[in-house]
Design a protein around this ligand. Structure first.
Ligand SMILES: Cc1cc2nc3c(=O)[nH]c(=O)nc-3n(C[C@H](O)[C@H](O)[C@H](O)COP(=O)(O)OP(=O)(O)OC[C@H]3O[C@@H](n4cnc5c(N)ncnc54)[C@H](O)[C@@H]3O)c2cc1C
Length: 275
């Protein structure tokens, strides 16, 4: 291994100072499940690395109907998060037990698709990310962050994810080639709010592995609002989602198949929240 300087800062300030001092040559690691593998496989030769594991960025705090999730919180911790069932459900379908304990939610938001599963429920929950540098702290909408419009600067660390405690019913479905420890062919999170008469007043449909970054299917969402969630509106939303995604081909699935599976899983997820 080529690392000559390995840092384990004990606070966020210490981590930010190290980053400011060492610049983008300093490899940042959350759980290291992606980065260590690249180092071990000889794909990456960092001279200096920093683990955020002891920087005090883990843990979940709830206040004022919002949940703040520290960037180095493990996926295993999220799987126990009763306050946000959609996130807990997605976390339970993530990897296998060992990976869930090592992988962090912050690191997950930097991993290219088809990994990066946690972005999918977080998009459906209207999450925001918090970033910090020695100079400033800022928040950004998760969709803008993922799309690169509000990307992390070289001197910034992702410090937390803010999730409003969302009303409504939700579902998360993930399709892979095996039960566990396999990247997604497609992942879908839906959340809907309905009025007393059954009319949909708000809809969120988020897709993973359906584009180069996790995305909201906004046309599919719009197709549901103001309508009852029945076979016809659900079918229309599924068609819309298939139309607006922009999937890719890899060793797991072709773009054609992924698009089909987007339709199938959006339909199934919406049927799940209705029933
Ligand atoms: C067997 C196996 C199964 C897996 N299953 C899944 C799965 O089901 N779903 C899935 O989505 N992924 C899966 N993964 C991929 C990976 O484990 C996860 O995406 C994980 O959440 C990555 O987080 P990490 O903390 O380990 O990332 P790291 O390897 O530590 O870092 C990943 C990237 O994020 C950056 N980074 C990390 N934290 C921060 C921060 N706070 N601020 C700024 N930059 C940061 C790093 O610099 C790096 O570029 C799997 C991996 C393996 C090996």
């Amino acid at each position: 291994m080529s690392v000559t300087d390995f840092f384990v800062p004990r606070s966020l300030d210490e981590a930010l100072s190290l980053l400011a001092e060492r610049g983008s040559d300093l490899l940042v690691m959350g759980g290291g499940t992606v980065m260590m593998r690249m180092v071990n496989d000889g794909l990456l030769f960092p001279r200096q690395a920093m683990s955020l594991r002891r920087a005090g960025l883990d843990g979940v705090r709830s206040a004022n109907n919002r949940v703040e999730i520290g960037a180095t919180t493990s996926i295993a911790r999220l799987s126990q998060l009763d306050a946000v069932p959609l996130l807990a459900q997605a976390a339970r379908l993530f990897g296998g037990p060992a990976i869930r304990h090592m992988a962090t939610v912050g690191g997950n938001l930097f991993v290219p698709q088809p990994a990066g599963d946690m972005a999918v429920p977080l998009l459906a929950l209207d999450a925001e990310v918090e970033l910090a540098s020695v100079k400033k702290r800022r928040r950004a909408r998760l969709d803008a962050f993922l799309a690169g419009q509000s990307a992390r600067a070289d001197d910034e660390l992702l410090t937390a994810i803010h999730v409003p405690v969302a009303a409504g019913r939700s579902a998360y479905l993930r399709m892979g080639r095996r039960e566990a420890n396999t990247p997604s062919i497609v992942a879908v999170a839906v959340r809907v709010l309905t009025a007393k008469d059954g009319t949909c007043t708000e809809a969120r449909i988020a897709l993973g592995a359906a584009r180069l970054y996790a995305m909201r299917a906004s046309q599919a969402e719009a197709a549901l609002v103001g309508r009852r969630l029945d076979a016809s509106s659900i079918d229309e939303a599924a068609q819309m989602a298939m139309g607006e995604c922009d999937p890719f081909t890899d060793a797991l699935a072709s773009a054609w198949y992924r698009r089909k599976m987007v339709g199938v899983h959006v339909r199934r997820a919406l049927e799940q929240v209705v029933n």
